[in-house]
Design a protein around this ligand. Structure first.
Ligand SMILES: Cc1cc2nc3c(=O)[nH]c(=O)nc-3n(C[C@H](O)[C@H](O)[C@H](O)COP(=O)(O)O)c2cc1C
Length: 200
């Protein structure tokens, strides 16, 4: 038997619980998320507490923590107010731009502008999508719940329209190696899907 470290999470402080979670639940896909405020200001931010929930209909989940003062992050505020989002999957090449959009800007500033990322209109929803996108899902909020002591804002979003860059699609499926989608690990570490392998 290898030596074991067994951790009672109740003995950890908030910071250590955070680090245990984000370095253990890996790799995490990243939802690079565009929303729009009631006032019409666009917002773009990454979230890695993100995952697929169902396929019929396609539903994804997004978990958004609160700011230190307990207030909603702009993405959560916008999803509560306007109920729509575009979730992009981020290729490794766009990693630095994606991280730049995690800056905590005021709700009156758009990360599309601060990060110099041009946007184009979506087909159905109000938030725009990235002009230089790989995969973009237009989504609508179908559920919101507050979870845990933070609390975090948990959203279920139904994807109503997918945009796929055509050179990424092989035999009707997105090719993981062409996409090289980023995954988040603990700390500032990332991985990508450039070298997938098969298990029959
Ligand atoms: C790769 C990456 C993943 C992140 N994942 C999350 C997450 O799952 N939940 C969260 O609350 N914040 C997450 N963040 C931090 C948010 O992106 C950050 O708080 C951002 O300022 C929120 O923007 P907003 O206020 O415009 O919504 C992540 C940041 C990065 C770079």
């Amino acid at each position: 038997m290898p030596d074991t470290i067994t951790i009672d999470v109740n003995q950890l402080d908030r910071r250590d619980r955070y680090h245990l979670m984000i370095s253990s639940v890996i790799p995490r896909p990243i939802a690079w998320t565009s929303t729009i405020s009631r006032a019409g200001i666009t917002n773009l931010a990454p979230f890695s507490f993100f995952g697929g929930v169902s396929t019929d209909p396609p539903i994804v989940m997004l978990s958004i923590g609160r700011r230190r003062d307990g207030s909603h992050k702009d993405t959560a505020r916008n999803l509560l107010d306007t109920a729509e989002a575009v979730v992009h999957i981020c290729p490794a090449l766009d990693g630095p731009s994606m991280v730049a959009t995690s800056a905590d800007l005021s709700p009156t500033e758009s990360e599309f502008d601060s990060a110099g990322l041009p946007s184009i209109a979506s087909s159905i929803v109000a938030p725009p999508r990235l002009e230089r996108f790989a995969i973009a899902m237009e989504t609508r909020r179908i559920m919101h719940s507050e979870v845990g002591n933070g609390p975090v804002d948990l959203f279920l979003l139904e994807a109503i329209c997918f945009h796929l860059r055509s050179d990424l699609v092989v035999d009707g499926l997105v090719d993981a190696s062409r996409l090289a989608a980023l995954g988040r690990l603990g700390g500032s570490l990332y991985c990508d899907t450039a070298r997938p392998f098969s298990i029959e």
